[in-house]
Design a protein around this ligand. Structure first.
Ligand SMILES: NC(=O)c1ccc[n+]([C@@H]2O[C@H](COP(=O)([O-])OP(=O)(O)OC[C@H]3O[C@@H](n4cnc5c(N)ncnc54)[C@H](OP(=O)(O)O)[C@@H]3O)[C@@H](O)[C@H]2O)c1
Length: 313
């Protein structure tokens, strides 16, 4: 399917933000793959999972957006050409995401929608019932990806995963995965269900080499959350210096670094329309090997999301 929206988005981006970025291979007419990415989804590079999952590499996150904001921003993101939307029961905005999808007017099968099971819904009956509510709120018969949000009830993980598999078998979740699991936990669950994705915090300051290597070795997709370090990248001298050389923003450089990593997708969030256009344009930015190495050196184990009871504590 042709992706004229990418050209439109780039044009809008230059106009609105003054941050034109070089064209990235793998979109538009030339369908050669971007390094480390899988196939294509609506003309966009993807990250593919061992279970046949095809996830657009650059998506849109909705944490902290109210339903009203989520509706507006999701519609705008889809209008720009973004096809991958990330929400969660915990975000209390699935209804807004659903309405944004309706407003955008794109066929359901052109979208990749992820939601996550809340920490309070790990009991199998709760998981199934709460997921039914999620589908109603999202206004869809299925999600593309359903995740366990946090490994908070390890004593019943087998039953929780069995319920996840049951939902998948019903056709209401095309793919299933986990979030915020450690390598040790991935090792324990990998044979229990046909999981094929991990979503964790990952960015230039927390590069997650071990988890990324594990996912690459097992054919799992890896989704980087908090990719902009919640805005901290905009004050970083190294990132700003690299950005200046491309006429880009620091946020675009931080996202381009993630998208240059094999098997990695990123889901930046914004409530601002101009920021959305900037972020969406990041997929067209190609960093040099030297710039990628400079960004590699920023790794410092700096976490934004570190709640009480997190499995790495
Ligand atoms: N699985 C999990 O446990 C988990 C945990 C955390 C996050 N997530 C997912 O990952 C997504 C992204 O993470 P996040 O929302 O925590 O953080 P993030 O995307 O790293 O950063 C969001 C912050 O950056 C700002 N921002 C975004 N684009 C900008 C731009 N172009 N210029 C200037 N500022 C910009 C936003 O402010 P403005 O609104 O003003 O633009 C917001 O304050 C979430 O929305 C959620 O979907 C998952």
């Amino acid at each position: 399917m042709a992706d004229n929206s990418t050209t439109d988005a780039a044009a809008k981006s230059s106009r609105a933000s003054g941050h034109p970025v070089p064209v990235r291979e793998g979109e538009g007419g030339d369908h050669s793959l971007v390094d480390g990415k899988g196939t294509f989804f609506d003309g966009q590079p993807t990250v593919d999972g061992v279970g046949g999952m095809v996830m657009p590499a650059l998506g849109f996150g909705t944490y902290k957006l109210t339903s009203t904001e989520a509706r507006r921003m999701v519609a705008e993101a889809i209008d720009l050409g973004c096809r991958h939307i990330d929400t969660a029961q915990m975000y209390d905005n699935e209804d807004g995401v659903g309405l944004g999808m309706v407003d955008a007017g794109v066929d359901r099968d052109e979208l990749f929608i992820t939601t996550k099971i809340d920490n309070s819904n790990h009991d199998p009956a709760d998981l199934v019932q709460s997921f039914d509510r999620s589908l109603v709120d999202l206004g869809t018969d299925y999600v593309d990806l359903l995740l366990i949000h946090w490994p908070v009830r390890w004593q019943i993980i087998n039953a929780t995963l069995a319920a996840l598999v049951q939902v998948q078998a019903s056709g209401r979740a095309h793919h299933i995965g986990v979030s915020n699991f450690t390598v040790d936990q991935l090792e324990q669950v990998k044979g229990l269900a046909p999981l094929d994705t991990l979503q964790v915090e990952c960015h230039v300051y927390l590069q997650q080499h071990e988890l990324r290597r594990w996912c690459n070795e097992h054919g799992w997709a890896f989704t980087a959350y908090t990719p902009l370090v919640r805005g901290a990248v905009f004050g970083d001298d190294t990132i700003r210096d690299i950005a200046a050389g491309h006429g880009a923003t620091a946020g675009q450089v931080a996202l381009a670094w993630l998208l240059a990593q094999p098997g990695v997708s990123a889901i930046p969030r914004t409530s601002n329309s101009e920021h959305l256009i900037d972020n969406w344009s990041a997929r067209r930015l190609r960093l040099t090997d030297d710039e990628l190495r400079r960004l590699d050196r920023l790794d410092r184990g700096d976490r934004q999301v570190d709640p009480e009871g997190a499995p790495w504590r």
